[in-house]
Design a protein around this ligand. Sequence first.
Ligand code: SF4
Ligand code: SF4
Length: 388
Amino acid sequence: MNLKALKYFNELYICAYCAYCVNNNAACPTYLSVKHEIVTGRGKMITSRNLADGRLKKEEGLQALSKGLFQCTFCAACEQECMLDIPLTEVYSELKTMVQDYIPFHTKRMFSNLKVNNNFYGLDQEDRSFWASEVESLYNKFVNRKAQVGYFIGCVSSYSARASGAPVSLLKLVEKANEKISVFSPSEYCCGNPYLLGGQPNKALELAKHNIHEIERLGIKTLIISCAGCFRVFTKEYPKIIGKSLPFKVITHMDYIISLIKKNKFKFTNNKSIKVSFKDPCELGRHCGEYEHARELINLLPGIKNCEMENNRENALCCGAGGLVKANYPEIAEDVAEALIQQLEDQNVDYCLNACPACQINIDEHLNRLRSSIRSIDIMEIVLSRIQ
Ligand code: SF4
Ligand code: SF4
């Protein structure tokens, strides 16, 4: 362990211990759950500094730091609030490379699954098209074809039936608009986010190279992504990992559908009134600055009333599932989701709309547990419901 070799070593000494990252606006959601400051921005900065200065014993300090790093949902609320503009999430990512001997069990298991199966579930590559069983003929029409526009689905929506609403709805919308896209589900690998969130960025490089090769092989010039985590990895991490810009443009599924609506590609037939709130995914919002496409899309749909949660856009609350926290510390994911659900209940909405399968699943799981009547779905599902 040589903290002095870190790119962000000096940032450890910039921190003024002011605690803006702990208490302001969206605040640190995990701190509200674990009630121990090791998890906060300030706590991790102090611990790292004490380790570097020899004020903490190595083993004790690294163990504490690992806990703080892996109980953190990577929501970036601390970075948003830091009064000294420290790039905290980048500091955390670098610090994670220092605690590899102390990573939690389920993160290790994800690493071994990724090594063998190229997805963190450890499922077979041939089952990656599991999501498409409901739209088999459409899937066969779009799969592996050469096209200007391609769709990267991501592991969660590919393998989890609870999150297949985004790709299934998107394919149906593409068909209704009489457009053509390429779905390369059989050859898609994980984007590499679990390696990046787990402190092994070098291992994400192989996955990045494979995915970029597949996208270029199919001649794709614009890539649609419906998962906030994949979007962050493609737009912010891949250029850093491969050391150059991507040879294609990356857009969200919301951006793509807005462009089709503006070309009058859909005939809306359902204007039944419903109330919705959009959950800004941390990896799309605070990490990538993508806030307005969701609002624009909702406003283009007939009969939909957008009710903003008290915390929205850059102050949005985390869902609790990010940073691999749900796998390792489900009790934290539960506490954090409950705070968000309270804001959904305050708005008395019918649906929580998502642009991230991890948010969608965690929120829905806890809405069910709390016997709420609100449903958590992908934003594409509400678009499709206005047309059918
Ligand atoms: S990223 Fe989120 S959970 Fe992690 S320390 Fe910052 S505010 Fe807390
Ligand atoms: S807001 Fe920034 S400077 Fe203040 S304690 Fe948090 S990390 Fe340190």
